[in-house]
Design a protein around this ligand. Structure first.
Ligand code: PLP
Length: 449
């Protein structure tokens, strides 16, 4: 890591970041445009998901109704607008992309983890000569395939949800699974994985350390494949296809995204793979008319410091004096993926941060109004429209990139990334904690600039 990080001169918000206050950073390298490489990559991702669908349908009974697709609903959330402070029509339309209820793994990680495990299984079967390109892919669900995979291991580092996703997918095929968890990982996620037959190694250190330990252990065993959350093109590709799903849902709702109806995505960010992959896919589908913001806890803004510092110069949140302590376990990550930082250099509109209390407020609000079951990480997207419309930086961003008459037509999509697997008692604790807070969001009191 950089011992004496040098930030760029436009980064006047650095003081607020260091004080762990809610902050909004707009990327001055951001270039909304058509994106041919994102389009090509998205096409490949969709083709691969289509190839996997019959296998997924065979392996996971809950995917019968979707023909093997792992998809979530797009829900317009009128009932949340008052509570969030977005009742005014200038906030356009507000939607939730409900990955908190995604089948198989109960989080956005199903899109990346399941994809990488299944793609690896296909490649391994092809390399071993028992799956030809024209063969029926459902043979990978056979007893013979199960026996083959059971002699092999898949390893991953995780704050929890990636481990669940990779673990469930890999165990279902028959692989042995080792998940290296960070200190922040929640006990219920560890227990659930163990019930699936995964070996869980819990480290005292943070997430990047758990990933390094997993990588190191895997490198010593030729029969172990390592899902590398810091550097995985396959995870990234798996997530990206979500953008096509969103495009179809908007089309079904008769909503045409364009210069007069821009689309804003608010994406919870840890190491960056999930939000980065989705943002990349979104550029492929919506080109210059989508604007993606990452959202992070005030004590763990790894993407914010990395993107501010410049994508090519590694930096961690510890370099700016932050602690990585947050109840949003999925986003407790000190150092962003370099691969994602490079992909996002001119594709990411910006990053904002939110304190933990607001996450609990919004978890309680979403449950009390709509019975949505979110974990704290998954609620962070609800802060996005506030930063865009109520702050000086947000107004400058809109003046620069959006036609003046278009903002009131905008479509704001809050990506809710996990929660449906949280045990009921644990979830009730989240709601109680949110209900005990006063209603007004911290953002309204303390915007850090
Ligand atoms: C619920 C939830 N949201 C968001 C994220 C962030 O994803 P990524 O680490 O790929 O940025 C995670 C990561 O585990 C998560 O569990």
């Amino acid at each position: 890591m950089s011992s004496n990080p040098v930030f760029r001169p436009d980064d006047a918000i650095l003081g607020a970041v260091k004080q762990a206050r809610p902050t909004f950073w707009c990327n001055r390298d951001y270039r909304p445009s058509l994106d041919l490489s994102a389009q090509e990559a998205l096409k490949d991702a969709i083709t691969n998901w289509e190839m996997l669908a019959p296998l997924l349908e065979r392996l996971f009974p809950e995917l019968k109704t979707s023909g093997g697709g792992i998809a979530s609903d797009l829900i317009e959330v009128e009932d949340l607008r008052d509570g969030l402070g977005y009742a005014d029509p200038r906030f356009g339309r507000l939607f939730v992309k409900a990955d908190h209820a995604l089948p198989v793994a109960g989080s956005v990680k199903a899109r990346g983890g399941v994809f990488e495990v299944m793609m690896h299984a296909v490649m391994q079967a092809r390399a071993a000569g028992f799956l030809a390109p024209d063969d029926d892919i459902t043979m990978l669900a056979s007893q013979a395939a199960h026996d083959f995979y059971s002699r092999r291991t898949i390893a991953v580092g995780s704050t929890g949800n990636l481990g669940l996703s990779v673990g469930i997918a890999a165990r279902t095929l028959g692989y042995a699974v080792v998940v290296h968890m960070s200190a922040e990982a929640k006990k219920w996620k560890i227990e659930r994985l163990r019930r699936f037959g995964a070996k869980v190694v819990q480290h005292q250190g943070d997430y990047n350390l758990a990933v390094a330990a997993a990588r190191d252990a895997a490198s010593r065993d030729p029969l172990t494949y390592f899902v590398d959350d810091e550097d995985s093109e396959l995870l990234f590709s798996g997530y990206s296809a979500a953008a096509q799903e969103l495009a179809s849902q908007l089309k079904d709702a008769d909503i045409e995204i364009g210069p007069q109806r821009p689309l804003f995505l608010y994406l919870p960010c840890g190491i960056g793979g999930a939000p980065g992959g989705i943002a990349y896919g979104a550029r492929g589908v919506f080109g210059p008319n989508v604007h993606c913001f990452f959202a992070e806890p005030v004590q763990a803004p790894s993407a914010l410091v990395q993107m501010m510092h410049g994508a090519e110069k590694p930096i961690s949140i510890y370099d700016v004096g932050l602690t990585n302590k947050t109840e949003a376990d999925g986003m407790a990550v000190a150092t962003m993926s370099g691969l994602v930082a490079r992909h996002m250099q001119d594709r990411l509109a910006g990053v904002y941060t939110v304190g933990d209390d607001d996450l609990f407020r919004w978890v309680a609000l979403a449950f009390n109004c709509l019975k949505m079951q979110l974990e704290p990480s998954a609620a962070i997207g609800f802060g996005g429209p506030h930063f865009l419309l109520n702050t000086e930086q947000g107004r400058t961003f809109c003046k620069t990139h959006i036609a003046p008459s278009a903002m009131a037509n905008a479509v704001h999509v809050v990506w809710t990334t996990g929660g449906s697997f949280v045990p009921d008692l644990k979830f009730q604790d989240f709601v109680d904690r949110g209900d005990a807070l006063d209603l007004e969001s911290e953002l309204m009191k303390d915007v850090g600039f």
